[in-house]
Design a protein around this ligand. Sequence first.
Ligand SMILES: Nc1ncnc2c1ncn2[C@@H]1O[C@H](COP(=O)(O)OP(=O)(O)OP(=O)(O)O)[C@@H](O)[C@H]1O
Length: 365
Amino acid sequence: MILKDIHLGNFRNYDSLDLQFHPKLNVFIGRNAQGKTNLLESIYFLALAKSHRTSRDKELIQFDKEEAYVNGNIETSYSRLPLSISVSKKGKRAKVNHMEVSKLSQYIGHLNTVLFAPEDLNIVKGSPQVRRKFINMECGQISKVYLSTLSDYQKVLNQKSQYLKSRNVDRVMIDVLNEQLAKHASVIIYKRQHFIETIEKFARKIHEDISNSKESLTIKYNPNIKYKSTNEKELEQEIKAILDDSLEKEIDRMQTMIGPHRDDISFHINGFDVQTYGSQGQQRTTALSVKLAELDLIYDEVGEYPVLLLDDVLSELDETRQSHLLTSIRDRVQTFVTTTSISDINHAIMNDMSSFNIDSGKVNA
Ligand SMILES: Nc1ncnc2c1ncn2[C@@H]1O[C@H](COP(=O)(O)OP(=O)(O)OP(=O)(O)O)[C@@H](O)[C@H]1O
């Protein structure tokens, strides 16, 4: 999938902008606060009808203007499609092939993107909560069953928490809730395990490419419930038994203590834990590889690679890693990358890409 061009109007610090893109690599170069991330954000907005930086759409509209819009043409192996999205005080309007759609769900999904932003480093460095959120989002994208089971699990878990906080704990009720929790937990654990195996396969290959085969990445699932079962039905019974065993402790502490809401994953390079022992560059490469594995997941799902948006990743990687990243990815995936300096880009790559110099919301191609 390729984004051929884009047209912005009153979007952030861009009054009006028309750009034609390179099918492989596009580099947005500029000093701080000139509009590089704004441009990536506009592509993200064109794809998903929302920003990756803010939940308040109004921030996208240029100061003192009424409406912001982004238009673009995408090309897949079998079609060419104009997309258009705008935001004003009245809300958002989206068009596919010049036809307005009544629901944004009819709009989203035509342009697929994967974005890597500096805060994605938290997948490696952050708390288990950040990693669970990452797994939930990724698993949810490829499995509707996962999403609905997770939501059911959370509802029952909240109910159980309420019961555990009451003075006279209703054990019969908790037993019923534990049965439901065991059923949902077994599905969640199985899906997570499968997802982590899949993502590890892709991420390991990407990490190997970026590190020039010097590092071998593994991803370990660390479920909170240490189970032995080898199928989902057995697992459900095993979880129920574990929950029964923990009941007295949970009543004592007045909180739920066991289950996939306390799961985590860990990343290892050549056997060592990246969060504890990895250098900045290794942590960044790991986060990048894990996030870029999404490219392959989407390819498996829809048969086309999404476009890749890389915000401010080059400065943290040495020249070898940068050039391996850009050369291994751009032949498969149209890539957009921001950087403060052209010297960050390897010379061999510069012959086959487009660069855009960005200065106060103006662009020189
Ligand atoms: N709604 C808006 N209207 C006008 N200008 C805006 C709006 N929102 C942000 N800006 C301006 O956009 C600029 C920031 O752009 P952006 O975040 O793209 O920077 P950048 O080039 O990626 O910088 P850095 O290298 O520091 O990350 C700031 O000057 C900010 O004032």
